[in-house]
Design a protein around this ligand. Sequence first.
Ligand code: SAH
Ligand code: SF4
Length: 362
Amino acid sequence: MDKKPSIFSQPLSGMEAWVSARNEPAYRAKQVLQWLYQKRVSRFQEMSDLSERLRGELDRSFRLEPLACVRKTGSRDTTQKFLFALGDGNFIESVLIPASPALYGSPSDRKTICVSTQVGCAYGCKFCASGLDGWTRNLDVGEIVEQILRVEALSGEKINNIVFMGMGEPLANYQNVLQAVEIIRAPWGVGIGARHITVSTSGLAPRIRELADQPIQIRLAISLHGATDEVRQKIMPVNRKYNLATLIDACAYYTEKKRQRITFEYILIENVNDGLDQAAELARIAQKLKAKINLIPYNTVHDFSWKRPSQTRQQYFFRALERNGVDATIRREKGHDIDAACGQLRLQTLRDKSFAGSSNLR
Ligand code: SAH
Ligand code: SF4
């Protein structure tokens, strides 16, 4: 693997320091970033208003090799999934979701990307393909930012909404995710505002508090999936470390600091967490925090035995929340694919030996 840092890891300040160390005026930094984020060049040689010498120096200092897309599913108007091979041969996936009414923001012209933050995941939730083979490594800042640029280039779409809901636990790769967010928000970078960026977490309470103290209006989603410790613990081992009371306190702190409503994600799994007692508890928690609830019918993962409840059971649960005056949505078929995204394309690929042999195709 090319050991040079990715040019997409560089904030404006880093670029300015880099150019001034080469006795170039500070405005050169903005020029470089313009080539990357506005003109979207893929080679330093294309940066035609920079001197040959500077282009050479950039090339010696940074990596500018696009993420290799090795597999793609879906098409325009549907959810599209992209499997990328990283420089070290690991795979990650990103998902492009067209107008998605039930998903974090207003309907119609939303183009949402679901980005990964780690290779694998250490948290081992019992419904999630991403954690099945454990954690391999954190993505670096460039690998996070680049998913957006590559998906735009490959799909021809302009993304205006970002959810950190792909593979990995974003708050366990906290520094890199925050630095990526800085580049994503910046006018000199990708230029998507914090209100259009959602971080989803399995509930790392101390990190939620840290994020609350950051001066950015980033949105927060919590993977709840159980409304009592007993049920949540069966689904999410992380609940043994940060139980519901601790998590809810951290969420209350976030809501208070940011003056923002958070979203609880709740996968409905038959006979595991879809009983009306859970609905009642969930409603109580949501009301306390004035949070929204996003119900997600479970997507079967081959390795697990759990099932998606019938439409009727889903509706019972949903209505129980509504009756309690909670703002809830339930993801419909379009969303079905979205969830299948989280780690599942990679898993299929890793388990498909014939594909593994051709993993370095560009
Ligand atoms: N680690 C973070 C972000 C990535 S996973 C977190 O846990 O929040 C985020 C979401 O992926 C889950 O909350 C769930 O909404 C979705 N997901 C993962 N596996 C799924 C499955 N089998 N069925 C439905 N949704 C799933
Ligand atoms: Fe990791 Fe999130 Fe999947 Fe849990 S749901 S295993 S935290 S990616």
